[in-house]
Design a protein around this ligand. Structure first.
Ligand SMILES: Cc1cc2nc3c(=O)[nH]c(=O)nc-3n(C[C@H](O)[C@H](O)[C@H](O)COP(=O)(O)OP(=O)(O)OC[C@H]3O[C@@H](n4cnc5c(N)ncnc54)[C@H](O)[C@@H]3O)c2cc1C
Length: 435
């Protein structure tokens, strides 16, 4: 258990009041640890931009009261995946028997999580940026912000994807465009009744919609999520792909034009007709995955959680970020408590965090889907294959007199889209094993 602390010294300092930091702070404060959370933004979650869908089960393990208390907008019952090629759109829809995820605004959700941590006894200081993690005699002992220094037995790094502090510590390299994506989104207010009518939803139900073929050929995709009375639509583009697309002339404008293209697309625009754009944002995000994980997640007196630890999985049809972050915060809290019980937060004692993470669904998911980043970087998946699919469907459904067989339609569409069938089939098999 925590030792005797002076007012300037805490048992644990958590850097960042995102989902990861607040989960760790909440659980540790509940156990009686003296916890300080430092957040550079105004309020928790104020600097974040994300899509909008969160998987509930890992969060319930931290906050069993989640369903009753959290600022949940809609429970996702409908999943849609659309392939867009110019004005043609092919869509698959799935209605789930029971919803396992919900939509929420991240600032509201992160605000709720941070409030829970404060109620449990953690001290949250916002509008303060940590400039440096203090190392003394090979051990992490606290943080510095400007001229102020605060000390703790353990510092938990929950700074999110930009990892400037980890970079300063020499624990990670600067992220390159290979590991980054840029997301741009708009939120349009159309009212709850319109959402339910236009998206075919029952009251309280939500929809998550993934779009392929809306990134002007650059690796990436689009998303649409329904909230209480707003819809969020956005596009995420792999940064290296975006740079290449700009160089090749495929993008002649800024990435935000892609979202505008989606907003005014003839198939989609009626969904938010007469709505007001109430929010707009752009943000860099990590691609996540094992290749983005620091070699070590612990050091003497130090633990790394959430996006900072690379714990994000984007399969192309789902993004698991918030739940992974929260779960890693939970595992870190357990590990810190065990380390104190074993005599102190030495690197050896904190290693139990790495072990717990390796045994958890988070790491197993990342291992199972490893290599998926490669798909995200292959332009064929965002140009040729969508074109082949929509051309095939066009041939099957738009013949005025004659209809080809499915095989004829497929073969001629593959030729037109420039898809070599055998090598593509092998590539698709490789991908399907990792999705
Ligand atoms: C465009 C986009 C779409 C996404 N869509 C989804 C989605 O639909 N579902 C999903 O589950 N996930 C999604 N994600 C991922 C999700 O947002 C992250 O995985 C999640 O927020 C990670 O939580 P975290 O606590 O690790 O980091 P963050 O949420 O980034 O929190 C880090 C916090 O640390 C603070 N901070 C950073 N540096 C300092 C410092 N030096 N001093 C003090 N404070 C600091 C930041 O201000 C921030 O509040 C998306 C991300 C993006 C960018």
């Amino acid at each position: 258990m925590p030792g005797g602390s002076t007012p300037q010294k805490f048992d644990v300092i958590v850097v960042g009041a995102g989902p990861a930091g607040s989960a760790a702070a909440y659980l540790l404060a509940k156990k009686g640890f003296k916890v300080l959370v430092i957040e550079r933004g105004r309020g928790a979650g104020s600097k974040e931009l994300y899509g909008g869908r969160v998987y509930a089960a890992p969060l319930r393990e931290v906050w069993p009261e989640l369903d009753k208390e959290a600022p949940i907008h809609r429970w996702v019952r409908k999943e849609r995946i659309s392939v867009v090629n110019g004005e043609t759109v092919a869509t698959i829809e799935y209605t789930a028997s029971k919803p396992v995820s919900f939509t929420a605004y991240l600032p509201e959700l992160a605000g709720w999580m941070a409030k829970k941590a404060e109620e449990a006894g953690a001290l949250l200081v916002d509008e303060v940026r940590v400039d440096e993690i203090i190392v003394e005699n090979g051990k992490i002992v606290g943080v510095r912000s400007g001229d102020d220094r605060v000390y703790a037995d353990v510092v938990i790094d929950a700074e999110g994807a930009n990892r400037l502090l980890l970079e300063k510590l020499g624990m990670v390299e600067r992220a390159s465009p290979e590991n980054l994506a840029v997301g741009v989104k708009e939120v349009i207010k159309i009212g709850g009744k319109n959402i339910e009518e236009r998206f075919g939803l029952e009251p309280g139900e939500g929809l998550a919609w993934v779009l392929v073929g809306v990134t002007s050929g650059a690796p990436g995709g689009g998303f649409i999520y329904t909230f209480k009375d707003t819809v969020s639509l956005g596009v995420v583009v792999h940064l290296r792909g975006a740079i290449k697309a700009i160089e090749s002339g495929a993008f002649t404008d800024h990435v935000y034009k892609l979202v505008e293209g989606l907003r005014i697309h003839p198939y989609f625009r009626k969904l938010w007709a007469d709505g007001d754009i109430v929010e707009y944002g752009a943000h860099l995000t990590i691609e996540g995955g094992l290749s983005f994980m620091p070699k070590k997640l612990v050091a003497p007196g130090f633990v790394i959680i959430g996006d900072a630890a690379g714990l994000l999985l984007n399969t192309g049809y789902t993004i698991r970020g918030v739940d992974f972050a929260v779960y890693s915060g939970k595992l870190a809290a357990e590990a810190v408590e065990e380390a104190f019980n074993k005599g102190g937060p030495t690197e050896e004692n904190l290693k139990v965090y790495e072990e717990k993470l390796r045994d958890s669904f988070v790491y197993k998911e990342l291992v199972k889907h490893r290599g998926i980043e490669k798909v995200m970087k292959d332009p064929d998946f965002f140009t040729k294959y969508p074109a082949m699919l929509t051309l095939t469907l066009g041939k099957l459904f738009e013949g005025e007199y004659e209809e080809p067989t499915i095989l004829e339609a497929l073969l001629s569409s593959a030729r037109e889209a420039g898809v070599p069938l055998l090598s593509s089939l092998l590539k698709l098999l490789w991908v399907v094993r990792r999705l």
